[in-house]
Write a protein that binds this ligand. Structure first.
Ligand code: T46
Length: 316
């Protein structure tokens, strides 16, 4: 492998993935990102070697010929609208980017402009675990419950259909909730940290009992890299943290770390269609590719909070 096209590389996970590729491999990276509200070139604040990195501010629906002056060994698709609450307010951008955008990338593989595509997806496509169900395996039915997860599930089905129909080399990873430095403050963990630092009310939806399975972003990037290198076309790989926590537990841990009062917690009306419980069974990726998470939640959350404190100090 020599050339990788990363879409959405100025976003949270995409930018960490580019950092991982540039620092641990000799691969050449092309980053295509349209820079919506969630993409920011400041996320790429590490050394970007000119001979191995280039950036195009373009939409994945209309990529220029310049981007395709080479044949990519793999496209890794991070370009997506990702925030569930926004999708509940306005679904259309989610359908446009997440479904039709993925379709455009599949076309690039069809046209021979890339040798394979890795679609970065989410555990949300499985819906919510039923009582008594321990974790999602890759064969769990797709039961998306909100417009965001429906758009990701639709993209996954498109990818599957192009593998089944044309035997195109397409793969899917589905990961649980990520956290780490540079995450957009609309998401639970960065939002809680920032609000706690400012002594502002921290909104918890419903009773705060909903459970997510948390994974530090660098562990996710390593998993994607393993699948990109050695995953089997047509396969789906679940990725998760074995780290199930309720939202209230998460918020309490952050408040404790920062030495802030629990009175900042403010219960607000629940998210519509709020999935109760996600947890991933990632035995397959572990057995096939030897991946497992390395960063404990205690370590990861400390790094994330310290990064946010430092960022805020530098801003002031
Ligand atoms: C923003 C916010 C969230 N929450 C609750 C709602 C969820 O139960 C939990 C996490 O919410 P968040 O919006 O951070 O993430 P999810 O809805 O789980 O979805 C995230 O993880 C998956 C895997 C993706 O695929 C999504 O792209 C990603 O956004 O905290 C609150 O209680 N208050 C808040 O202010």
């Amino acid at each position: 492998m020599k050339d990788i096209l990363v879409t959405g590389g100025a976003g949270f996970i995409g930018s960490h993935f580019i950092e991982y590729l540039l620092q641990t491999t000799e691969l050449r990276v092309t980053n295509v990102d349209v820079l919506t509200y969630a993409g920011n070139l400041r996320n790429l604040d590490f050394e970007l070697p000119d001979h191995r990195y280039r950036f195009f501010q373009e939409d994945i629906h209309q990529m220029s010929e310049e981007v395709f002056d080479r044949t990519y060994d793999c496209i890794v698709n991070f370009a997506a609208e990702t925030h569930v609450d926004r999708s509940i307010e306005e679904a259309e951008p989610f359908l446009h980017t997440n479904i039709l955008g993925t379709f455009q990338l599949i076309q690039k593989v069809m046209e021979g402009k890339a040798r394979k595509l890795l679609q970065v997806s989410t555990d949300e496509v499985y819906g919510s675990l039923d009582e008594g169900e321990a974790a999602f395996t890759e064969s769990h039915p797709l039961m998306a419950n909100n417009p965001y997860s429906a758009s990701k599930a639709s993209a996954d089905l498109l990818v599957r259909s192009y593998f089944q129909t044309y035997k195109l080399p397409l793969l899917i990873t589905r990961c649980s909730n990520n956290y780490g430095p540079k995450q957009h403050p609309e998401k639970l963990i960065p939002k809680t940290i920032e609000k706690a630092m400012r002594n502002e009310a921290i909104p918890i939806y419903g009773e705060g009992k909903n459970i997510r399975d948390w994974l530090y972003v660098e562990d996710h990037c390593r998993a994607i890299y393993s699948v990109m290198q050695a995953g089997q076309p047509g396969e789906v790989y679940n990725i998760g943290g074995h780290c199930e926590k309720s939202n209230l537990e998460i918020v309490n841990m952050i408040l404790e770390y920062l030495g802030k009062s629990k009175t900042l917690i403010t219960f607000v009306p629940d998210r519509l269609g709020h999935d109760f419980h996600y947890a991933m069974n990632w035995t397959k990726v572990h057995e096939a590719l030897g991946w497992e998470p390395r960063v404990s939640f205690e370590e990861g959350i400390a790094k994330t909070i310290e990064w946010t404190l430092e960022k805020t100090m530098n801003r002031n």
